[in-house]
Design a protein around this ligand. Structure first.
Ligand code: NA7
Length: 531
């Protein structure tokens, strides 16, 4: 079958790309590996799974009626509510008929003579399309440590990103949870409330801020919706694509009292979550300012966690800048360590040595267990793309091209891979932003470019190598002016053994990025060969 466009992935990105392609009168199909739509929100069903961007922002903005009719129930939406929303969008715009579920793409090869992408699924189905859009998500391939003995474990084990549909009942169980990123931080209080014993294995202490999640009342939702256009406009001009009431002053421009008041505001009710990252204008560029915020957070942990040993383990070390890893937004995470049935092990100091048939051993001792939960994250940003055998001109494989790290032009296009686009790809600010906003920006831009190409009758549109090289240099240059490229975050691929250490997102922020890609479009898509 030959189509105008094939889209891989039916999460937020693939669904909107389908909508736009349909609107442009193209023949289009979305291929999705899961048995339902939703991408990351389909797979990540672990207890407590919740978005860390507010629901009013973490939603499509392309349709005012959709914004008006959908009733979010909480400030931060749960996984199930987001999945319902996505399904609502799919049905409301009659998109389901062009989404093919249970179809995992194995390969995509560019046929140069015919200027077509030839795509095969793992089941052997073959499809062809002029344009191929990768909407495969940044966090879709789970990372699970290869622990000796797991196959012989007599209990159950689960990964946060492949959670059983029917859920897991931890009542009366002895549980070990490995990993303290967002997934681990969100799960901990919920598992602790059910399990007879929960032991959290932490490798690196992470910064977490109370999310202050709360239900909307009919009045508060109505009031928020009345200001929706203004809210969206503020989000577009915010560095993260979401309004976080950024402080425009640096820490040095404020008095000690003002600094403390600013931090307290962001820690307490009106603040919460990512607002903390906008406490000072120079938080991510000035180490001294950053230390101030980190110290404030460490003091908060010590104030909440009664056992000084646990508090110390939970406190991120001073050499790790605040926000270099994605900040977590929690609900009673630190308080949970005051429970008698919750313990904490520093597995950097006492590494895991093996899984035994009845438990897990660290260099400190053996834990008898019923359940192991891996909240160990993802092969982020490149994992899903490199899982497929993608080949461009001259048979060049993407795996080879990206062997030393991902290279894109503007985070959407790859030299040597014509008519292929990546939504929210490496080299774009998506991972550091409200990703739904970044997705809409990309899909609109890609759709305009494809419309332009179709109206001109060009066969191939493709990033030029020199422009890609310049962009990669620019992304690195910007990253090196920040405190991000420190530590072992998934932004750097450093959570994956053997993955090249490259800072993948574009750190100049959403508005600066949008102005660049709009400028490129205005100059007849500068940096792209169009033949
Ligand atoms: P993250 O944020 O990548 O967190 C994974 C956690 O798992 C992190 O604490 C890791 O420690 C830990 N980890 C990974 N491998 C191991 C091994 N081998 N041993 C012990 N601990 C390990 O993934 P999440 O799913 O929590 O969140 C991903 C994103 O989803 C998040 O940023 C939000 O955007 C939503 P480390 O820090 O690497 O030492």
């Amino acid at each position: 079958m030959q189509l105008d466009m094939l889209v891989v992935g039916a999460g937020f990105a693939g669904i909107y790309q389908l909508y736009k392609a349909r609107e442009a009168g193209m023949t289009v199909r979305v291929l999705e590996a899961g048995e339902g739509v939703g991408g990351t929100w389909f797979w990540n069903r672990y207890p407590g799974a919740r978005c860390d961007v507010e629901s009013l922002d973490y939603s499509y903005s392309f349709c005012r009626e959709l914004e008006e009719e959908w009733e979010w129930t909480e400030r931060y939406a749960s996984q199930s509510e987001i999945l319902s929303y996505i399904n609502h969008v799919v049905d409301r715009f009659d998109l389901r008929r062009d989404i093919q579920l249970n179809t995992r793409v194995a390969s995509a090869h560019f046929d140069e003579d015919r200027a077509l992408w030839s795509v095969r699924s793992e089941d052997g189905e073959h499809l062809e399309a002029k344009f191929l859009v990768m909407a495969t998500g940044q966090l879709s391939v789970p990372q699970k440590p290869d622990l000796h003995g797991l196959d012989d474990f007599k209990g159950q084990w689960y990964h946060s990103a492949r959670w059983p549909m029917e859920g897991v009942d931890f009542t009366g169980q002895r549980v070990v949870l490995i990993g303290t990123g967002s997934s681990g931080v969100q799960m901990t209080p919920i598992i602790a409330a059910q399990a007879s014993q929960l032991t959290v294995l932490q490798r690196t202490a992470n910064f977490s801020v109370p999310a202050h999640n709360m239900p909307f009342t009919p009045e508060s939702l109505k009031a928020a919706k009345a200001r929706y256009p203004e809210r969206r406009a503020m989000g577009r001009e915010a560095i993260t694509g979401v309004f976080l009431n950024a402080n425009t002053k640096t820490a040095a421009e404020m008095t000690e009292d003002e600094r403390i008041a600013e931090l307290e505001y962001r820690w307490k009710g009106a603040g919460g979550g990512f607002r903390m990252l906008r406490a000072f204008a120079d938080l991510m560029s000035n180490l001294q300012t950053n230390h101030l915020v980190a110290e404030f957070a460490r003091n908060k942990i010590h104030a909440v966690v009664k056992d000084p040993r646990k508090a110390e383990i939970l406190s991120p070390k001073p050499d790790l800048p605040y926000g270099h890893k994605r900040l977590c937004g929690d609900t009673h995470y630190y308080e949970t360590f005051n429970r008698d049935n919750v313990d904490l092990v520093d597995v950097k100091a006492h590494p895991i040595t093996e899984i035994t048939p009845t438990g897990l051993r660290t260099t400190q001792g053996h834990h008898e267990l019923d359940v192991i939960v891996f909240a160990t994250g993802f092969d982020a940003m490149t994992g899903a793309l490199l899982a497929m055998d993608i080949r461009g001109t001259g048979g060049q494989s993407l795996r080879e091209k990206w062997a030393a790290g991902p290279r894109t032009y503007l985070g959407v296009s790859i030299a040597g891979f014509p008519n292929l686009f990546v939504i929210a790809g490496p080299g774009s600010p998506a991972a550091l932003s409200n990703v739904v906003h970044s997705i809409e920006t990309h899909v609109d831009w890609i759709s305009n470019f494809i419309g332009h190409s179709r109206s001109k009758g060009t066969r191939r549109i493709e990033a030029e190598q020199a422009h890609e090289d310049q962009w990669v240099d620019h992304v690195n240059e910007v990253a090196n002016q920040t405190l991000y490229p420190v530590g072992n975050s998934w932004y750097l691929g450093a959570n994956m053994p053997g993955k090249p250490r490259v800072f993948m997102p574009y750190a100049a922020g959403v508005p600066a990025y949008r102005r660049i890609i709009e400028g490129v479009a205005e100059k007849n898509y500068e940096g792209f060969a169009q033949v």
